[in-house]
Design a protein. Structure first.
Length: 368
């Protein structure tokens, strides 16, 4: 299959940067397979994003960013994910950190980081799963102990951190002895912070997702973004899972497989009906995603959309792998890569109701 044969007629939001987006997706697509095979930090992919000023998209204009409207930003996520899920997964974690900095942008340290990100001097990532879905991976959760006026010592671990070995700042969270929580901007060069070797993942190895250990890492009041408070997770935008961005990545992955299937169906009459049905389901999910991104009142919940997008990513990639037969199972073929990558959506920031719905669907049990 010619991976350069992808078209973009399925995207609905008008994009004033259309020529640049097309050029970027072409270069990302060409670099994605080699990055997956190598498994090392993908300098080529990240430099392509930086060269196109992509990390500026989510930063507010007052800090020097592009302040891309959310519907258009979500569409760009999907379009880039169609070309390289690895690149956009790394970007999504960078932007997750940006969103959390934006919730407290009135704090001097947060505004400094946002300006530095907009200027291309800082790479950010997020490490807060210890407050949400992965409270323990290592020996203990990450704790904060008061050591003076506004000063704390951090000990423990951030279990799942993408791009940790290259991050300049981690937006993370910690628990105090009284179970209150804090949201923190933690520079990557702080003494006592150690990035462990990247996990051996089934897919997206080049994201260099790793555990980050903290032993006696000291922070002061300026590093604290939010808290101490009883529940950081209850603060709007502070934590959150099942976001629209992850659903956009899933639909971008599904779009890649659908374009692959469309390229095969001209010579395979047996593919025409299934591809048309999958394409129709994709279009329905895309309309739902855009409605959610625009904040329409009658839009589906983020969790329902995530379940729908997960299912499409799995079904389309499995269908393409099956249609490709033995050739698709070669490591050099995109079919196997996309099928492996689709499994990511079953486990990454996947809320329990979405995971339970997926298991029931795999078991053939009708929705409750």
């Amino acid at each position: 299959m010619d991976e350069d044969a992808m078209h973009d007629g399925r995207w609905t939001e008008h994009d004033p940067e259309e020529p640049r987006i097309l050029a970027l997706t072409d270069t990302l697509r060409a670099a994605d397979g080699p990055a997956d095979l190598a498994g090392d930090w993908p300098d080529t992919l990240w430099n392509l994003l930086r060269g196109a000023d992509v990390p500026r998209w989510s930063v507010p204009a007052e800090f020097g960013g592009d302040a891309c409207p959310r519907p258009l930003l979500v569409q760009r996520y999907a379009r880039l994910a169609e070309a390289s899920l690895t690149a956009v997964f790394i970007l999504s974690q960078h932007d997750a950190a940006v969103r959390r900095l934006m919730t407290v942008a009135d704090r001097p340290r947060a505004s400094e980081w946002l300006r530095s990100i907009a200027e291309g001097r800082t790479m950010a990532t997020v490490g807060i799963s210890q407050l949400t879905t992965s409270r323990r991976l290592g020996a203990r959760p990450m704790t904060a102990t008061a050591i003076g006026e506004g000063r704390y010592r951090l000990d423990g671990a951030m279990p799942w951190v993408t791009g940790a070995e290259r991050a300049d700042v981690f937006v993370t969270g910690a628990l105090l002895e009284d179970d209150r929580q804090m949201l923190i901007s933690l520079p990557g060069d702080r003494p006592g912070l150690t990035v462990k070797p990247a996990f051996e993942l089934a897919a997206l190895q080049a994201s260099r997702t790793a555990e980050v250990l903290l032993e006696g890492v000291e922070i002061d009041a300026d590093d604290v973004l939010m808290g101490p408070t009883n529940e950081i997770a209850s603060q709007p935008g502070a934590v959150g899972t099942a976001g629209l961005e992850t659903s956009a990545l899933a639909l971008g992955q599904a779009a890649a497989a659908l374009e692959g299937l469309s390229g095969l169906k001209a010579d395979r009459s047996d593919l025409v009906e299934p591809v048309e049905l999958l394409d129709e389901n994709w279009s329905q999910a895309w309309e739902t995603l855009m409605a959610c991104a625009r904040g329409e009142r009658d839009a589906a919940t983020a969790g329902a959309l995530r379940a729908q997008a997960n299912g499409l990513a799995l079904k389309t990639t499995q269908a393409f792998l099956t249609a490709r037969r033995g050739s698709g199972f070669l490591r050099t073929d995109p079919a196997q890569r996309w099928a492996r990558q689709a499994l990511f959506f079953l486990v990454w920031s996947c809320p329990s109701p979405v995971a339970q719905a997926a298991i029931r669907d795999l078991a053939g049990i009708c929705p409750a």
